[in-house]
Design a protein. Structure first.
Length: 115
């Protein structure tokens, strides 16, 4: 499985998940509402998306993920999302270590970032 992230604008990203079925998702990540509130500015938007899709894919198939959503909507479906983001940020004090933190679980996904 692989996840590709393409920046469409400052706040909008296209995330493609290639698995048995390939899905494409348009996700909004704003500076104040999303990035600052969720990560305390300890991660980039792309890193937050990488973590968020790993989080989602551990809980549901890519075909069940909404095709278009704001990143904050995840916590409405998964009450532990915000706590997991904060834990991830605490563990990865340096945003560049995100991939090592993401691969500590039982499964690993490949993430390709396209800017």
């Amino acid at each position: 499985m692989s996840v590709s992230i393409k920046k469409l604008s400052d706040d909008v990203f296209e995330v493609t998940v290639a698995k048995t079925s390939t899905t494409t998702h348009t996700v909004t990540v704003t500076d104040q509402e999303s990035l600052t509130d969720l990560t305390d500015d300890n991660a980039t938007k792309t890193q937050l998306l990488e973590f968020s899709f790993k989080f989602l894919l551990e809980r549901e198939p890519n075909t069940s993920i909404l095709s278009s959503f704001d990143i904050n909507v995840i916590s409405k479906y998964f009450s532990d999302y915000k706590d997991e983001v904060r834990r991830w940020c605490d563990e990865s004090q340096n945003p560049r270590t995100v991939m090592s933190v993401m691969t500590q679980g039982t499964s690993c996904i490949g993430v390709d970032t396209i800017i």
